[in-house]
Design a protein around this ligand. Structure first.
Ligand code: NA7
Length: 538
């Protein structure tokens, strides 16, 4: 490809929150020629694909949005505490229109591969539409939870009814009225979908492999005075969430749960339970993530709540987690989840005991030696998280290296934003960055701003190639693994630990640094201020 002409300064893959802001930033701040490729038919990413009943964001709407457009922060009115999928999609469409983003986006186009050419220092990017273009920079804005996990259940093709995966739900919706419906999975998605489906279905059978600890979302209209106060304080809010641990306005109780008196603990737990949302998980006693004894106190509180809500004690015990520490799997937020199991039309099946789900039959699902007849099956079985979407891009770096090979034992990145041997590639909220352990828009904006500054710096200093140094990368990997090893997170079979995909190397995927999102931001800023320390620039 020596002497190849350059079609674009940058190709961005994906038109969700990340790709939209990346385009805006590179084009409107730096004047770059950018092309965004998006597999969907419009913007939205996660919020374009995940259209299952009850799909909504678990972060509060006032912080689940772009902060770069200050005027829009003032103008946009969210209808509820947690935005529902169609509302987020409307918001993103509005942003696309307001910033004229679509003129540089090509929809219904999937990137099928990209190679870095070491002679021209350009990426050649290929799409399923037969295009092949070159670009100096390649930005993977493909999301962390976009690669569907559809387990290879024996007999699926023989099923005579209809089946859907929550992450690829039909745009027209599904009518569950008078249907016998099976839901496989009880993660955050299923916890949102199950109460909604149960309202329509004649019968709902939930196949649970692992029980979850759910906390009430407490969705609803937000008090107009609070909305007003927040709008008046947006600069302060943005500063606080950027400096915070999880990109949210939740703060640990700076004390051990073991030091608090039982009455004091109960008061603190009640406060967070009554407020609803992520506060119970992300703003609890600080040793909850480190100390099993402290963790058990939180878990016991939630177990008591389950026993109190679910009327049938046998069902209640099945819904109570018993094999991992609280908070080490993603905290689902629920609206009537446990109450749904009090309905006569809802049945909970243990999909772990007696061999779990044995097969899908013509008529339904066989589990634990019994066949359950169904008209519709909804698979809420999650994603090949974080590394899955990047591997699916079929990238080839220096010397033809692939992520499959480089990441054979788990992800190896520098700061979660770059991979040694893949020059001029940036991974927005990539593995080993805070990403899924933060309020995503905060981390997305941080990465996009960092990449924009980095490219501006390269252009100003006449550099055309940036590549992470292998030793800096290994130090980062060691740091990511060391910090998480001090927590309870590594003990769970969670998707954070890559444990949901058979054969996926066991590794912690995001970064849980000692100072969270705020500390990570400081680290990235220091790297830049020190002349992009840990990178080679040429
Ligand atoms: P999750 O959290 O990965 O949940 C998937 C669920 O499906 C979970 O209960 C799994 O059980 C279950 N599962 C997966 N494979 C199987 C098989 N083979 N048999 C039975 N059950 C299975 O995905 P979600 O979509 O709910 O949430 C993903 C993220 O999206 C969420 O965290 C938010 O950030 C948004 P397991 O627990 O693995 O035993």
């Amino acid at each position: 490809m020596a002497g190849a002409t350059q079609d674009f300064d940058a190709v961005v893959i994906g038109a969700g929150f990340s790709g939209m802001y990346m385009l805006k930033s590179l084009r409107d701040k730096l004047g770059l020629k950018v092309r965004v490729y998006e597999a969907g038919e419009t913007v939205g990413g996660t919020w374009y694909w995940n259209r299952y009943p009850g799909a909504r964001c678990d972060s509060d709407s006032y912080i689940y949005c772009f902060t770069f457009d200050k005027q829009l922060l003032q103008e946009w009115e969210w209808t509820e505490r947690y935005p529902e999928q169609p509302e987020i999609l409307r918001y993103l469409e509005h942003v696309a229109e307001r910033h004229d983003l679509k003129r540089d986006m090509q929809f219904n186009t999937r990137v099928t591969g990209a190679e870095f050419d070491e002679k021209s220092n350009l990426w050649r990017v290929r799409t399923d539409k037969g295009e092949s273009v070159t670009a100096r920079y390649l930005v993977a804005a493909v999301g962390s939870l976009s690669h569907t996990n559809m387990p290879q259940f024996k007999g699926l093709q023989s099923f005579k009814g209809k089946w859907y995966h929550t992450s690829r739900f039909p745009h027209a919706g599904v009518d569950f009225t008078n249907k016998r419906v099976g839901v496989v999975g009880t993660g955050a998605t299923a916890v949102q979908a199950i109460p909604e489906i149960a309202q329509q279905a004649k019968q709902l059978i939930v196949f649970q492999r692992t029980a979850n600890y759910c906390v009430p979302a407490r969705n609803g209209k937000v008090d107009p005075d609070l909305v007003k106060a927040r709008k008046a304080d947006y600069d302060g809010i943005v500063e606080r969430i950027r400096d915070s641990f999880f990109g949210q306005e939740h703060y640990f109780i700076p004390k051990s749960a073991l030091e608090a008196t039982p009455e004091e603990r109960e008061r603190e737990f009640d406060k967070r339970w009554d407020a609803g949302g992520f506060g119970f998980w992300l703003g609890n006693y600080e040793d909850m993530f480190f100390n099993k004894e402290a963790n058990d106190l939180c878990a016991d509180y939630l177990k008591r709540k389950i026993r109190r809500t679910v009327k049938d004690p046998v069902v209640a015990e099945k819904l109570i987690p018993n094999d991992y520490a609280y908070g080490t799997k993603r905290q689902p937020l629920d609206t009537n989840y446990y109450e749904t199991f009090n309905k006569d039309s809802v049945l909970l099946v243990d999909a772990k005991a007696d061999g779990g789900i044995e097969e899908i039959t013509e008529k339904g699902i066989r589990a634990g030696g019994k066949e359950y007849e169904l008209d519709i099956i909804v698979f809420a079985t999650g994603f090949d998280a974080m590394t899955g979407p990047l591997k699916a891009l079929n990238l080839r770096g220096r010397g033809g290296r692939t992520l499959d090979k480089e990441w054979a034992h788990g992800p190896h990145t520098y700061l979660g934003i770059s991979v040694a041997g893949f020059p001029n590639l940036f991974t927005i909220t990539g593995p080993q960055s805070p990403s899924v352990l933060s309020n995503m828009p905060v981390s997305i904006e941080q990465h996009v701003d960092w990449v924009t500054d980095c490219i501006a710096h390269m252009r100003k200093s006449g550099k055309t190639v940036i590549d992470a140094l292998p030793q800096a990368q290994e130090q980062w990997v060691a740091h990511v693994n060391e910090t998480v090893s001090e927590t309870l997170m590594t003990s769970a079979n969670s998707w954070y630990m890559s444990a949901n995909i058979p054969g996926k190397p066991r590794a912690f995927l995001p970064y849980l640094g000692p100072e969270g999102v705020g500390g990570y931001r400081k680290k990235c800023d220091e790297v830049a201020a020190n002349g992009y320390e840990g990178f080679e620039l040429k």
